[in-house]
Structures are given as C-alpha cells and as structure tokens.
Design a protein around this ligand. Sequence first.
Ligand SMILES: NC(=O)c1ccc[n+]([C@@H]2O[C@H](COP(=O)([O-])OP(=O)(O)OC[C@H]3O[C@@H](n4cnc5c(N)ncnc54)[C@H](OP(=O)(O)O)[C@@H]3O)[C@@H](O)[C@H]2O)c1
Length: 240
Amino acid sequence: MIKKNILIIGSSGGIGKAFINFYRKQDINNKIIGLSKTDKKDKESLDAHHLIDLEDEQSIENAANEAKTYGPYQLIIVATGALHGDDFSPEKSYKQISAKNLKKVFNINTFGPALIGKYFIPLLDNQNPSVLSFLSARVGSISDNKLGGWHAYRASKAALNMLIKNFSIELNRTNKLAKVIGLHPGTVDTRLSKPFQRNVPENKLFTPEFAAISMASVISNLHDNESGSIFAFDGSKIDS
Ligand SMILES: NC(=O)c1ccc[n+]([C@@H]2O[C@H](COP(=O)([O-])OP(=O)(O)OC[C@H]3O[C@@H](n4cnc5c(N)ncnc54)[C@H](OP(=O)(O)O)[C@@H]3O)[C@@H](O)[C@H]2O)c1
C-alpha cells in the first residue's frame, strides 16, 4: 500500500472521524489532514487540523490555502452535511417548507460542497490517481423517491449529485487521473440520524466504522469510467 495524503472535510462528524481512524489504521504513514467547523478535541490522530465553515466562502478559501501546504492529495473526502439543527428539522409536508430552512440546508449540503469543488479540486494530485468523494444520500435520488418529504435535504442532495457529475466531466478534461464520486453511507448511527433511528431495523443501522470501511472499499475499487457516479456503501450504483 502506498502512503497517501488524505484530506477529510468534516473531520468532527461521526463518519468523518471513522474515516480518519480507518485510514490511520490502514497505514500509519498516511498523512491525514482534517478540516471542521468546530475545533474538536480529538485531533491527535490528525497530522494537521484547520477550521472551515461551509457557509462562509472566505473560510473555505482560507482552509484550502492551509490544506495546500500538505498536498497534493490522493484522496479528499467531504463528510459534512446537515439534516436537522437547533432550529430546523426535515419537512414532513410542503406546508412546512420555509425559505430560511431551505437556505440553511442548501448552504451546507450543496453550496458549500460546490465551493469545495472550486477551491479544493486544484489540490488533487495530477501526477497520480486521486479521488474526490462527497457524502451524498440515497434520498437524493429522484428515481428512488417513493416516500416524499424531507424536501430541503432531498433536493439539496439531488443538486449535489448534479455538481458531482459536472465536476467529473470537467476533471476528465483537466485531470484525467482524478475521479469524483458521491457516496451513500447507509443509515449510520451518528448525530445526523439520531432523531430518525426509531423505525430503522437494528441490522440496518450501521456503525460509523462499518460505513467507513465499506465506503473506503468502494473508493479503492473504482473503475476508470465510474467518475461522476453515486455509490451506496456496498458498491452498488444509485441512479439519479
Ligand atoms: N448518518 C446517516 O445515516 C447518513 C445517511 C445518509 C447520508 N449521510 C451523509 O453523511 C454525511 C456525514 O454525516 P454524519 O452522519 O457523519 O453526520 P454528523 O456526525 O452530524 O456530521 C456532520 C458533519 O458536518 C459538519 N458540518 C455541518 N455544518 C457545517 C458547516 N457549516 N461547515 C463545516 N462543517 C459543517 C459537522 O461539523 P461540526 O460537528 O464541526 O459542526 C460534522 O463534521 C452527511 O453529508 C450526511 O448527509 C449520513
């Protein structure tokens, strides 16, 4: 295994932390850099950490300038995202849609990742294979949508999936060694899913460790023509 420069954006999250632990265990020599909104204490397993706020373009640009020092990166994982917060939760009906909540959810799940593309794609290795992975969600698939609801979250992830496809097309022209993909982690026991775990069968609620190992396997088994695709944790493709 060749040692890698790995950047985890959202290093404070349940899945972000599990990725850090996985890649640290995989090779002690991997250089792992973390970016997160909050300055969490458990940063020992990182080689460097900087702050980033996806709702603030200047902060994203500053974080990219800091991260550049440790690159180029063979792997960047964007493990940020929001489904609910202190003052918002997913809508059960169109009647609950509000512009304020839509903006909040799109800022974090779509506009922030779009700006990550802008500032971090240039940090991908262009001499060796590299992968930019965004955590998306199966509920962002339009063809898979049988339940409705969760308007802002679903729409923000559907739009993220379009950005992933767009980035892949542009990267295919500018850095043929780079792939960009979306990943659905399954339902994972983290802060994001906590309020919605009641109806999830026990064997369908994954630990962050299982999700990270599964998605790392998807990342390392990508084929050349699969850039722009959205994958579930088990390697199956999710249609848009
Ligand atoms: N858990 C699931 O069941 C599930 C299912 C499908 C998809 N996903 C996706 O997986 C991804 C990771 O979620 P998770 O389960 O690990 O949730 P989590 O534990 O709540 O982590 C969310 C991460 O997003 C970060 N974040 C939120 N707002 C931010 C902002 N403005 N700027 C920078 N970072 C921000 C958080 O940072 P702070 O902690 O520093 O605030 C945290 O690192 C998300 O994209 C989510 O949509 C999760």
